[in-house]
Write a protein that binds this ligand. Structure first.
Ligand SMILES: Cc1cc2nc3c(=O)[nH]c(=O)nc-3n(C[C@H](O)[C@H](O)[C@H](O)COP(=O)(O)OP(=O)(O)OC[C@H]3O[C@@H](n4cnc5c(N)ncnc54)[C@H](O)[C@@H]3O)c2cc1C
Length: 486
């Protein structure tokens, strides 16, 4: 049977490895780091457990479908809790809590803007229909041709590809806080809401319709589950194996070079950042020039802090958004005039508030994230400066002292994203999903220049996020299976 070498062990690579092993290929995954999972790695220190990247478990149906493709269920590997509240949003003068059902959220909307709950119900109904079309059809197409986007359902919704989420939301909602709440979910797609097509309101259904979940033990449980499944199917994992080159002879890949050793393979799939993957090829075999990447809108990078607190924190939920400064200004400082934000919005996650297994007794595990433009200058001083800014705001808004209760603190930013994941400009979650960077307009799953070479992951289709990464791995494996079974 044909041998397949997969570069990297993020969700897309893990998914691809499972599908291809199931189809009978001999699959080996080569990961440069000492553990698998890519951006979803785990940090364990002094009894605290941190998910280093993703923390929002959205679209549970996609995980269920993934495991069902192998005759399994999510619960065969990990247990999920539906969070209630799903999250809390801190504004300057008040806090809004998002409950675990649309009914609860409608009540909260009505409290803030009279009449808004009726609009919300209609908005989410439309978002649900879009979710159905997007998740069960559009995102399952491999991005080979523009015609893939033309279906009976998308044709009648063509206007939603040319209007933006921002304009749609503003038609019915006037309160700036409600507008921020409805614009927040598309931030996961990596672009400004004013640049994201209205069709992507399906993210609002994911948020308010399907809810926010937590795998007991943390997001790394998904990685462990997928690795276990892959191993059950016969996939071999090799860690601490940084691929130096993708080898090509007469226009066809012959395998990889790792630690100056040649590893032969019939097919290569790279789940590492697309830009880096192409650097592993001789220039003549690269499909995209540097200028191509420079012109693209990348999803933000992030300044992250992993903090162990020696006490339980008050007035916080599992997920907390700090929207007490201007959403607009921060977005401009990420996308339009890249610079360190003057007044950053930030996100804080305390998984131990609902899952005691993630921190020592009477302690709290804290993860803080400030989204920033990729490629910014990242120094120790600037990290400390932003740490002080957000800690002061956090203490004021949650009405408690926390700085003196820090027993463990580690940061991660642009330079680490580059060093640890070979990320282009230190992006945190790939290339944004804008109209000009969607579907067939994204970097391709299959190389045009090298036979038997494929790509997967958040820079290709369908885009950023854990559920899309699972789908990306499935799409690339379907292409391989189709090509080599005939
Ligand atoms: C801080 C942060 C927060 C996020 N929050 C969420 C969230 O809440 N919910 C959500 O759904 N998504 C979230 N995301 C996005 C999500 O984590 C990613 O979209 C997804 O994990 C990407 O998976 P991937 O397979 O494309 O790539 P990656 O996870 O980047 O995997 C690529 C792998 O390739 C390896 N590699 C690179 N170069 C080489 C080489 N030369 N040789 C061998 N191996 C190599 C890397 O080490 C890495 O393991 C977040 C991401 C970050 C960073």
């Amino acid at each position: 049977m044909k041998k397949i070498a997969i570069i990297g062990s993020g969700f897309s690579s893990l998914a691809a490895s499972c599908y291809l092993a199931k189809a009978g290929y001999t699959v080996t995954v080569f990961e440069k780091n000492s553990e698998v999972g890519g951006r979803a790695r785990q940090l364990k220190k002094e009894g605290f457990t941190f998910d280093m990247g993703p923390s929002w478990y959205w679209m549970p149906d996609i995980f269920e479908k993934f495991f069902a493709d192998f005759g399994k269920k999510v619960t065969d590997y990990y247990n999920l809790d539906k969070l209630d509240p799903a999250y809390k949003v801190f504004f300057q003068d008040e806090q809004i809590t998002i409950g675990d059902s649309l009914e609860k959220i409608m009540l909260e909307f009505e409290r803030i803007e009279s009449g808004s709950s009726v609009h919300l119900k209609k908005f989410i109904k439309k978002a649900e229909r879009n979710y159905d079309i997007a998740i069960n059809d559009v995102v399952l197409r491999p991005g080979l041709s523009p015609f893939e986007l033309v279906t009976k359902d998308t044709v009648v919704r063509l206007d939603q590809f040319f209007k933006t989420i921002s304009s749609e939301v503003r038609k019915k909602f006037k309160n700036p806080k409600l507008i921020s709440l409805l614009e927040f979910p598309v931030l996961f797609l990596g672009a400004k809401p004013s640049k994201t097509p209205a069709f992507y309101s399906f993210m609002n259904f994911a948020d308010f319709g399907l809810g926010t979940w937590h795998p007991k033990g943390g997001m790394y449980e998904i990685v462990k589950a997928m690795k276990a499944l892959a191993e059950e199917l016969g996939v071999k994992f090799q860690v601490n194996k940084a691929v130096q080159a993708i080898n090509v002879q007469q226009g066809k890949t012959t395998g990889l070079t790792i630690s100056n050793e040649v590893i032969e393979s019939d097919i290569v799939i790279s789940g590492a950042d697309y830009h880096h993957s192409e650097q592993l090829l001789e220039t003549k075999y690269r499909q995209y020039a540097e200028t191509f990447w420079e012109k693209k809108t990348f999803a933000p990078s992030s300044l992250l802090f992993y903090i162990g607190f020696s006490k339980k924190l008050k007035n916080v939920e599992h997920h907390n958004l700090f929207f007490d400064t201007s959403f607009q200004s921060h977005a401009e400082e990420i996308y339009d005039h890249p610079k360190w934000p003057s007044e950053p919005l930030f996100y804080a996650n305390f998984p131990s508030s609902t899952d005691p297994s993630m921190a020592p007794e009477n302690c709290e595990t804290g993860f803080f994230l400030i989204p920033i433009a990729p490629g910014l200058s990242d120094t120790k001083e600037v990290r400390q400066q932003y740490f002080d800014i957000i800690m002061a705001r956090f203490e004021e808004l949650t009405k408690q002292e926390v700085k003196n209760s820090i027993i463990f603190k580690e940061s991660f930013c642009v330079n680490d994203f580059v060093k640890v994941y070979n990320s282009y400009k230190g992006n945190a979650y790939g290339m944004a999903n804008t109209l000009s960077q969607t579907a067939f307009l994204r970097p391709r799953l299959k190389s045009k220049k090298v036979e038997n070479l494929y790509f997967t992951g958040q820079l290709t289709v369908p885009g950023p996020g854990v559920p899309p990464a699972l789908i990306s791995g499935k799409l690339v494996s379907e292409l391989v299976i189709k090509e080599f079974s005939s």
